[in-house]
Design a protein around this ligand. Sequence first.
Ligand code: BEZ
Length: 194
Amino acid sequence: MPHDTRSLNSDRSDIDSLDDIWLFGYGSLIYKVDFPYLEVQPVYLNGWQRRFWQGSHDHRGTPDAPGRVVTLVEAHGERCFGLAYRVEADVFDHLDHREKNGYRRLVVALQFGPHDIRQGLVYIGLKNSPAFLGEASEEAIAAQILRSVGPSGSNRDYLEKLVQALAEYKVHDPHVDAVYKKLLALEASTPAAN
Ligand code: BEZ
């Protein structure tokens, strides 16, 4: 299983099966919206939770020193907040390239309201991809984020932008909040360089 999932995602039958194409963003897609969309709505994805378990070898880290970014893992009884963008099919030419590091596009059921469930698409890190780093303590994740940097900038910036974006929607994600708190504590305990 290679890191690069573009060939897997080149099968567009999932997109073609949808009348309206809703893309669920739960990570950088919440705050880095570099694609056109027709409308956006806050939604939940039931049965999944956000975790910093995906390696970033191409954006917030390097092949030798990967950063950590979010993916979704199945979690009975949990739900993950995100934004649903209604898009045209051609945005996936760009997004499949941007999110090529081990992420597979899947069709899921998005909750728009108490009785309003619609199908949407989401990128999820494949657990059998080398890009999937898996579980670690929140302190170890924070330390890795603090030292990682890649072509898209620092991993710290990724985490902080996600924290700020979730705060705008008054969403508390215990894992994201805990990793950020650990990162701030690590920074506070590290003597500043001269
Ligand atoms: C997102 O921001 O929703 C996202 C997360 C992982 C891969 C692609 C997109």
